[in-house]
Ligand binder design. Structure first.
Ligand SMILES: [Fe+2]
Ligand SMILES: [Fe+2]
Length: 166
């Protein structure tokens, strides 16, 4: 029984090892769609935890609990610099500068044209006027972010080919 199990597990382990070795930013498109979705969800969670813990650390520091502030900061750094970074590597999140700018422009455009516009309207409709005003103000910031990224992309693409457009 044990031998049978080993015969089954060893080739699987070898295959997994082979696939892990091949997995990189360049071939992330080959990831199983569910795995890619889970990586994306996990990264959103890690990013949120990082920022949240940093805010908790600020609060602990302001209330005089430096030791708790350090605990939140240390764990926040693990979420960002280890968990998020490792998952981002496997997901192939970071591409060339031009690719990264195009991705950023897409996100900021979505936030400016749709997401914050809808959120502001819904908050206004619900009577949450302070939130509606904040969403609208943030929406304007996202529009400026989009324009800044677009400017940077235009500049990058104007460079002579020898300097590369990466
Ligand atoms: Fe984590
Ligand atoms: Fe933004």
């Amino acid at each position: 029984m044990k031998t049978k199990y080993a015969l089954l597990v060893l080739p699987l382990a070898a295959a997994a090892f082979f696939l892990m070795g091949r997995m990189s930013a360049e071939n992330h498109a080959q990831l199983n769609p569910k795995t890619a979705e889970n990586l994306s969800n996990a990264m959103h969670g890690e990013a949120f935890a990082y920022v949240k813990y940093m805010l908790y650390a600020d609060h602990a520091r302001e209330s005089g609990n430096e030791q708790l502030a350090e605990l939140f900061t240390a764990n926040a750094n693990t979420e960002r610099f280890e968990h998020f970074a490792e998952e981002a590597e496997l997901a192939g999140l970071v591409g060339s500068d031009a690719d990264n700018l195009r991705d950023a422009i897409k996100g900021e455009t979505w936030e400016f044209e749709h997401m914050y516009a809808d959120y502001a309207a819904q908050a206004r409709e619900a009577g949450d006027t302070a939130v509606a005003a904040r969403f609208e103000e943030i929406r304007q910031d996202e529009g400026r972010h989009r324009d800044a990224f677009q400017g940077a992309l235009d500049k990058l693409q104007q460079k002579p080919a020898s300097e590369g457009a990466n």
